[in-house]
Design a binder for this molecule. Structure first.
Ligand code: GLY
Length: 256
């Protein structure tokens, strides 16, 4: 059993941060409906969804993943790289406090959860426009006593590490090699995104299910050919805000 913390889409999402995308109008009502369908996928995969109320003044607040790193032993509340997003962490910290002891990334460190790819006891952390070396060093120091290793990964051309690489099966990663080095994943089977779908590497593995954006049919076919069946979800409006399927939840194992 997992708990998935989500947050309703903000009515202000049209004013979201954008770094690598041009701004396009976002249909808020449609975004909210798509987000509900995403939550239904999480429920179907065995999660108990705990939805936080919308934050009318925080445009990016649906992307809760960026606000925390949750492990079995503790949670680290981040300090997001975009200043406009820093107020998002307080309410997530309140929600997580019931489940885990909390630690915090401190200034001048910055860290976005979208930059953190956990594979077993190694956390690969993107050195992106949002997560800096100080934040990564702080995370390393916080997690070392728990036996976790933190590896910094250069990221170019996209927002977060998990825009470029995500886990889709126990030993398989989906990757866009234009945005992240490919020599770090020697022990993993790699599936490349279709070249026509550079944003297609973001997928959410929950248990043995994969939630995947409907927008990337060619890459989905590559996954199918490798025996990976996905649960497609239409998140077109969230994609316009540079959101992916990992960004919209914080998933934690429920303690017995
Ligand atoms: N709009 C998502 C972000 O830039 O943080």
């Amino acid at each position: 059993m997992h708990i998935a913390i989500t947050r309703e889409v903000s009515p202000a999402i049209g004013r979201c941060e954008l770094t690598h995308l041009d701004r396009r109008p976002i249909d808020v009502t449609l975004a909210q409906a798509q987000h509900r369908q995403y939550e239904e996928c999480l429920t179907a995969l065995g999660c108990r969804v705990e939805r936080l109320p919308a934050e009318p003044d925080l445009p990016d607040s649906v992307f809760v993943e960026d606000t925390a790193i949750v492990l079995d032993e503790l949670a680290v509340i981040t300090r997001p790289g975009a200043a406009s997003r820093r107020p998002e962490t307080a309410s997530v910290a309140r929600a997580l406090a019931s489940y885990r002891p909390l630690h915090h990334i401190q200034a001048p460190g910055t860290l976005d959860g979208g930059d953190v790819l956990r594979l077993g006891h190694t956390l690969f952390v993107g050195q992106s426009g949002r997560s800096n070396a100080v934040g990564i060093d702080q995370l390393r120091a916080l997690l070392r006593p728990w036996g976790y290793r933190v590896e910094a990964v250069p990221v170019t051309g996209c927002l977060h590490l998990k825009s470029a690489v995500a886990q889709v099966a126990p030993n398989t990663l989906l990757i866009n090699r234009d945005w992240v080095p490919d020599d770090l994943w020697a022990d993993w089977d790699l599936i490349d995104v279709d070249p026509a779908e550079p944003f297609a590497a973001n997928a959410l593995l929950v248990g043995d299910g994969v939630i995947y954006p409907a927008a990337y049919p060619a890459t989905r076919e590559r996954l199918r050919e490798r025996g990976i069946r996905v649960r497609p979800v239409d998140v077109s409006e969230l994609i316009k805000a540079a959101g992916g399927v990992t960004c919209c939840s914080l998933i934690l194992a429920a303690r017995p």
